[in-house]
Write a protein that binds this ligand. Structure first.
Ligand code: NAD
Length: 714
């Protein structure tokens, strides 16, 4: 099918241009350039016979933005000039459209993000359809890019720096109401017909429309760089940016640079600086990694790991066993997705407490104006807090989130599995216990699966689905569908201790503990953890998950070794330190303090006593070694997971590492990091670290093979 920009003139001489490109969405690529330039040419030619133009889309989205697949192909040192010229060409057409001399209105019937919203900005007026599918904004920064179709220069010129700076630096995606409040659009319509009517009415009322920046004597609202308040705002953004990016991603600084230039030079020059900025960013490794992340995220959410040929299912009634920290969160996200929930604990009181958690979260949403009382009542009404097994009758899914104890989990499986509806699925939210072991007492082990949530459940976007030895494809598909039903991203892993995320995450904590034992300064370790882009240092992480958990995981592993008749694995540094910390009453954040003190109302501070235990001024390591130890340890462990078949594919691993562990997004995830570093270079560095610091860095065979064959992780 060839794409088209349909061109229709009505009896009032208003032309409606409906973008209908050949792909599933309208996107900024060669076809767009061809169609848009032909359209603009025709409009210019017929200018005297038309009253105005409405630009809209035949697709569900208005316009999707840049073509990521194409941008990923761009090579550094080679393609920048071509990218610059392409930006200029795209801008040239939009400039012609806005200078047509006739009013041009964007009728925004679907999402207009990035390039889509840049087209809207070049129009003279914007009417959006009031629908949850319509999102607006310039989120390029999240891909390591900047809006290069005039988005920065026009938004700053339209709104002034004060209102434009955060949406540009943070890449905010606005819904219709928020977009209108922020000044991104001017009008809202409830139906497509009303949208078109409003667009045409505006054209009739504004026959001479022009954008203010094309008028003589134009001044940016709020002033330009000569205004001290404006200059201060731009300067103030620099430290804020650095604190956020830690200097690891170039896009935000480049966006700020274009903003500053928009406030300093004339419109056309600023436009060229913007094009150069995008051309320079596209080929940076950070942009490539973030774009790769975006593509792999689509693969994962598109069902890349869901077994093929099985019909999609939806859960109607879910039983959640254990109304503790995890169970209450699982109940909340399930009810929010419209699923009936039976939240069961050992007493009515404990179950009620679990339900109260949902009430608290919903109340907050109502107080913030994000939810109506009616909606809140509806969601709460779906959760039944109970101590009675009877209520579980007919659940199509039961998820257990009771204490992490094999015998207890076996007991409740035996007791409560018969309550499931025919062919119902039993999910365990264990964080460490093998699913195959937990499934032993099950009457239907093919319907038994791991559904591992992250804490806090309502905020963490990932679910790790664990396939036991006997789990069927159908059960996997149903767990996958449930995860998507509650709007989480599911990755699929095979059964092993710690599965993928906990296992890799544990190595970050353990490497931090090893560095402490070696005598390095706790503050240095924490700072370097953040400097590599992890959300917090390894000691802060340990405090969050609690020292008890580390002890528990170690004890569980020893117990499992014993059950399997194996020699117990050697003690880890994290375990040794956790024991000593607990002996000193330092169980972690939830226990009143751990590696850190948590003063009421103040910032956390490292516990001073920790330095007295191991810190040795005489010990010093190259900072790069410390940084690499904290990163490479996680990556080598991920490679082992891949080699052992715990992980099935690269996208799940990359996405899981970023969304479940907090691995730095600009690396694109654990395996994309290796691609960017270069496989052989990564092998060499692993060997160096292994020689200096121990075998835990020895490159696994799978990596050696890939490096030898010059294959990337794809
Ligand atoms: P928790 O101690 O907060 O809650 C456990 C709840 O289970 C308690 O309310 C307890 O009364 C209830 N319970 C015990 N026996 C029961 C029974 N027979 N029937 C019904 N309820 C019973 O624990 P948690 O942190 O919510 O962890 C629960 C599970 O989730 C564990 O397997 C844990 O490993 C796993 N998990 C925890 C985290 C985390 O960050 N805390 C993350 C992922 C997975």
């Amino acid at each position: 099918m060839t794409g088209q920009f349909h061109y229709e003139k009505d009896s009032d001489n208003i032309v409606t241009v409906t973008m209908d490109m050949s792909g599933p969405v309208n996107a900024m690529n060669d076809e767009y350039i061809e169609l848009m330039s032909a359209t603009v040419e025709r409009l210019e030619k017929e200018r005297d016979d038309i009253a105005g133009v409405v630009l809209t889309s035949a697709k569900k989205t208005f316009f999707a933005g840049g073509d990521i697949k194409n941008m990923l192909k761009a090579e550094p040192g080679k393609d920048e000039e071509g990218l610059f010229l392409m930006c200029e060409e795209i801008k040239g057409m939009l400039a012609k459209l806005e200078k047509l001399g006739k009013p041009v209105v964007a009728a925004i019937n679907g999402a207009a993000l990035g390039g889509g919203y840049e087209i809207c900005l070049a129009c003279h007026h914007r009417v959006a359809l009031n629908s949850s599918a319509v999102q607006l904004g310039l989120p390029e920064v999240s891909l390591g890019l900047l809006p290069g179709g005039g988005g920065i220069v026009r938004l700053v010129s339209k709104l002034g720096v004060e209102k434009a700076i955060m949406p540009l630096l943070e890449g905010t995606r606005f819904n219709v109401a928020k977009a209108q409040a922020a000044g991104l659009i001017e009008e809202v319509a409830d139906t497509p017909e009303e949208m078109m009517a409003k667009a045409k009415a505006w054209i009739k009322a504004n026959p001479e429309a022009n954008n203010p920046w094309n008028e003589k004597g134009f001044k940016i609202p709020g002033g330009d760089m000569r205004n001290p308040n404006v200059a201060q705002m731009v300067q103030g953004a620099i430290p804020m940016l650095l604190q956020k990016t830690r200097g690891l991603v170039p896009a935000p600084a480049r966006i700020l640079d274009v903003i500053a230039n928009t406030l300093r030079v004339d419109f056309d020059t600023a436009m060229r600086i913007e094009s150069r900025g995008l051309a320079a960013l596209v080929t940076t490794p950070q942009a490539k990694n973030l774009m790769n992340f975006f593509m792999q995220m689509n693969q994962v959410n598109g069902g890349g790991s869901r077994p093929k040929g099985i019909d999609k299912t939806a859960v109607k009634k879910v039983g959640v066993l254990g109304a503790g920290m995890m169970g209450q969160g699982i109940a909340y996200v399930s009810a929010k997705a419209g699923i009936e929930v039976m939240l069961k604990d050992i007493s009515q009181e404990a179950a009620d407490k679990g339900k109260a958690y949902s009430e608290k979260l919903l109340e907050k949403a109502v107080a913030k104006g994000r939810m109506s009382e009616e909606k809140k009542a509806g969601i709460l009404g779906l959760i039944k807090a109970t101590a009675s097994a009877e209520d579980l009758q007919g659940c199509d899914l039961i998820i257990e989130a009771v204490f992490e104890n094999v015998d207890l989990k076996h007991k409740i499986t035996k007791e409560l599995e018969p309550m499931l509806a025919d062919n119902g699925v039993w999910g365990s939210n264990t964080s460490t216990l093998p699913i195959t072991l937990l499934a032993e007492p099950s009457q239907k082990p093919e319907n038994f699966i791991g559904i591992h949530f992250f804490s806090p459940v309502d905020k963490m976007p990932l679910v790790e689905i664990i396939v036991g030895e006997k789990t069927s494809d159908e059960t996997l598909a149903r767990a996958f569908d449930y995860a998507q039903q509650i709007r989480k991203t599911p990755i699929v892993v095979n059964d092993s201790r710690g599965f993928f995320t906990s296992r890799v995450f544990g190595t970050y904590i353990d490497e931090g503990a090893l560095l402490i034992e070696e005598g390095l300064s706790p503050a240095l370790i924490e700072n370097l953890g953040k400097a590599i882009g992890m959300p917090v240092g390894p000691l802060a992480v340990q405090d969050e998950v609690s020292q008890q958990l580390t002890i528990k995981v170690n004890e569980t592993n020893r117990d499992l070794d014993e059950r399997a008749g194996q020699e117990p694995a050697p003690e880890t540094a994290a375990y040794r330190l956790a024991r000593r910390m607990i002996d000193n009453g330092r169980g972690g954040r939830a226990h009143g303090g751990g590696y850190y003190d948590y003063p009421e109302g103040g910032e956390k501070e490292l516990w001073p006593e920790l330095e007295n235990w191991f810190y040795n001024k005489g010990v010093s390591l190259p900072q790069q070694d410390i940084k690499d130890r904290l990163l490479f340890r996680q990556i080598v462990e991920s490679l082992r997971c891949f080699e052992e078949g715990v992980m099935n594919n690269v996208p799940d691993s990359n996405i899981g590492s970023i969304m479940g562990i907090g691995f730095p997004p600009h690396t694109g995830g654990v395996f994309q990091f290796i691609n960017t570093y270069g496989l052989q270079a990564f092998v060499d560095r692993c060997n160096e670290l292994s020689e200096k610091y121990g075998e835990r860095f020895t490159p696994p065979q799978l990596l050696l093979d890939k490096a030898k064959n010059k294959e990337n992780f794809a």
